[in-house]
Design a protein around this ligand. Sequence first.
Ligand code: SIN
Length: 303
Amino acid sequence: MSDTTLTIIPATPTIGAEVRGADLVNLNDAQFRQLSDALTAHQVIFLRDQPALSPTQQIALGRRFGPLHEHPAAPHLDGFPEVFVIHTTRESRIANGNGWHTDVSCDERPPLATLLQLHVLPESGGDTLFASTYAAYETLSKPLQELLCTLTATHASEHVYRGRYAERGVDDNGRVYPSSVHPVIRTHPDSGRRALYVNRAFTTKINELTNRESDALLEFLYAHIERPEFQVRFAWSKNALAIWDNRCTQHFALWDYWPSERKGHRVTVEGERPYFDPELDPNLDPVLGGTRAPARLRVSERL
Ligand code: SIN
């Protein structure tokens, strides 16, 4: 086992970092803490030049972050219900994650983190984009932030899962499609920062608004989250592993490589029930006597 410290190289000023020097199978506790702190600080981390992890090794790594989540619908590896197989071929009708989303936000306790290793890559394409939902929240005007902090949204799944993963029984055969209500702004339990928590895949309605108001506000928020200033784009290499924090990011797996194949294993860590803590607002800087600190990131109003 190596005692060296890991090297963390930020990928953008806002989101993402590459972690170098990690032997993922033999991380000691200090190295794991560094990895976990890097995830908290950068929201998504990338590790290249890894061996292909066995299902057992990837499960063991995932469990260091917490108990594992079993996907309500997706195909899993035989004998390993915790391992979600990501696989797109010439015959695929859909590609998993091909749209902006947060993993399984329809669950009452949506996943904390996701660890994805890709073993088979197309010659080109197949990148994954990640967006910081902290940056999205922090760059909104104060009146809109204050309104959003009072709202909740419904996250449903039937429209996503019906007929999609019939082999796992999420169809009309008695399996319930998860649906939950979450705050529109959630407090991150580790960083204390606030993140926008609505996404195009699962969020169906802001509950306190009329349908038209909800549709218009959601569309604005989605477009805001998707601004390139809040993003990092990861070009995979064979056996690279990405770990993302679902509580403060969204991602989009580009399917621009048909008819090529892309394949890997995903392990997902259980999360807590999303909550909003009105007392904890890192933008209120005590040094400035409780006035709002300047936004860390400024976005242009003119597009
Ligand atoms: C996912 O949304 O879990 C898939 C991400 C990817 O395939 O890059």
